[in-house]
Design a protein. Structure first.
Length: 569
């Protein structure tokens, strides 16, 4: 077997998410400024307590109470408005981050699905939503409030050093409990997320094939396999949640206890003459405010860990599939294809399915590809399309390697009808038009060329007939004929058809043959994979694949003669 040497590319790790977030640095600074004024206004509460207990009550002055109360009400209303604006700003930031990076993540998710088909899920988009949730929630805002703990502690020390030490000790214990919570639950939460994703992917694959599962009575057997994966999630989630609940409740209980005992400490200090009665209440309020950010961090710790995990996963994804440089728009292709020493290894495999394939397909040629099952015919099609990257060798279109083309550009000039026809949720017209804004006449032209115009008109809403995801409301033959119309939409220069008549009746096959002949007249290169002689008769050239190698290639009559000689032996 030919030895394959893959190029070694060292990728420099980037942090695209941080770069995106850095663009909002000025907004974060504004949030910090809002937090400054909010926390300044928070001091109005203990000041009000001091004024009531140390000024108003000794003087028994109602007028002073009214003035002080009026001022404090203005402060609290201002604080509430600032809190609202601060939250609103963070919601806007999270939405702007989404708008800025969601297409990048969307494309990276597609790249991952192409490279690792079994990992093609919506998880990257869910990870982005997890980060958004944390950004727009109370967890992140608590980080802006944490630095103010020092200010509150300083005021408590100004009241009395015992007050300060008591508050410092209470906060140290809560910080310790938070650290223990993270230390003992971090790994479990990460494993829980991983197992949950695996179980969701496995179940999603089952649901996609629900009809097969139901028809052959496989539901219970597949449930047993899924439940094992789901049990791994439940086990890790339960263990992590149990530990988290322990430390969270310990922190909550201690916080309530320390706040209550603060009044007792204040009473002792007031009795001994170290502080005034008003400082008892003011000190308790300060301690509560100092503990509030820590309490918020404890309460939202799971969302923080989830966001941190999602952040790391997205960065790993974006580093594995870096942003592609903008490619120069090359001239429109004519359809000339050259393969030189092509070796193709499928995703998640180590065994080549194509080995040392060399051939030239002139523009405008009709090529039939044949071979036994497992010969590499579908792999050949995917390699020509550039969907599967070559491990070695090269695939050139009009002299340029296919990787040099912008996919959106070359995609307009390529038509592809796979064995498993996948239509997308939308109308028949949208599916034929590849979901692009186009002239209606182009859609009808493609449908007529594929011989499905009359069939579509007989449907309840014609071209506006809704197709469910996967096209399950249509028969196999209808899906294949609409898929053919999509493949030949706007007369692409290269059309690759993989078993295009596998589900067609006589009428559908005649329409297919007529479409191939008309595409030939338009100068398109048509490559089809088939076992039926009716299609092979259309071919000008024949390629025979066996065990991933090009066994024969040449003019149709020449290849037929060689095959007949082999069969006669």
């Amino acid at each position: 077997m030919q030895k394959i040497v893959l190029p070694n590319k060292t990728k420099q790790a980037k942090d695209e998410l941080r770069e995106a977030l850095n663009e909002f640095r000025s907004i974060f600074i504004k949030v910090g400024i809002f937090s400054f004024f909010i926390n300044i206004l928070v001091l109005a509460a203990p000041i009000y307590m001091l004024a009531v207990y140390d000024i108003v009550m000794p003087a028994k002055s109602i007028d002073t109470l009214i003035v002080v109360t009026g001022v404090i009400l203005v402060f609290f209303i201002a604080m509430g408005l600032l809190e609202y604006v601060r939250n609103k700003i963070m919601i806007i930031v999270s939405n702007k981050l989404d708008a800025k990076i969601n297409k990048r993540i969307y494309n990276a998710a597609f790249e991952m699905a192409l490279k690792y088909p079994s990992k093609g899920t919506t998880q990257p988009i869910q990870d982005l939503q997890t980060i958004k949730t944390f950004l727009s929630g109370p967890g992140l805002l608590s980080f802006f409030d944490v630095p103010w703990i020092i200010i509150y502690l300083a005021i408590m020390f100004m009241f009395d050093y015992v007050y300060g030490l008591y508050g410092l000790g209470a906060m140290a214990i809560i910080v310790g409990l938070t650290w223990l919570n993270d230390f003992f639950t971090r790994k479990g939460l990460q494993e829980s997320i991983k197992y949950n994703n695996k179980s969701k992917v496995y179940l999603s694959n089952q649901l996609k094939n629900a009809e097969v599962v139901e028809a052959m009575g496989m539901r219970d057997a597949l449930f047993d396999r899924w439940s094992k994966k789901y049990y791994d999630f439940l086990l890790t989630h339960t263990q992590a949640s149990t530990k988290s609940a322990l430390y969270t409740n310990m922190s909550k209980t201690f916080r309530m206890m320390s706040s209550s005992l603060m009044y007792g400490v204040g009473a002792i200090l007031a009795i001994s003459g170290h502080i005034s009665p008003g400082m008892i209440i003011a000190g308790a309020v300060l301690l509560g405010r100092a503990l509030a950010p820590l309490s918020q961090l404890v309460a939202t710790w799971k969302t923080f860990v989830a966001a941190k995990t999602s952040y790391a996963k997205l960065n790993e994804l974006l580093n594995e599939f870096p942003l592609q440089e903008q490619k120069l728009e090359l001239p429109q292709i004519k359809g000339d294809i050259t393969l030189r020493g092509v070796v193709t290894i499928p995703p998640l495999s180590k065994t080549p399915v194509l080995r040392n394939v060399t051939m030239h397909i002139p523009a405008g040629t009709i090529l039939g590809v044949i071979g036994p099952s497992g010969a590499g015919k579908t792999s050949f099609a995917k390699t020509l399309l550039g969907v599967w990257k070559v491990a070695s060798g090269e695939v050139r279109v009009d002299g340029a390697e296919i990787s040099q083309y912008n996919r959106e550009q070359i995609g307009k000039d390529i038509g592809y009808l796979p064995q498993d026809i996948e239509l997308f949720e939308g109308t028949i017209a949208e599916n034929i038009a590849r979901f692009k804004q186009v002239d209606d006449k182009d859609i009808i032209q493609a449908a007529k060329l594929a011989g499905v115009h009359e069939m579509i008109l007989k449907m309840p809403d014609g071209y506006n007939t809704k197709i469910t995801a996967g096209g399950t409301t249509l028969s196999g033959g209808q899906r294949q004929r609409i898929g053919l119309a999509r493949a030949i939409f706007q007369l692409p220069k290269i059309i690759i058809l993989d078993e295009p008549n596998s589900n067609l009746d006589d009428i559908g096959e005649k329409a297919l043959i007529n479409a191939i002949l008309q595409l030939k007249q338009q100068g398109s290169t048509v490559i089809f994979i088939t076992h039926k002689v009716s299609l092979l008769n259309l071919a000008e050239r024949i390629a025979v694949l066996r065990e991933g190698m090009l066994a024969m290639y040449g003019e149709k009559q020449e290849i037929f003669a060689k095959l007949n000689q082999q069969n006669a032996r």
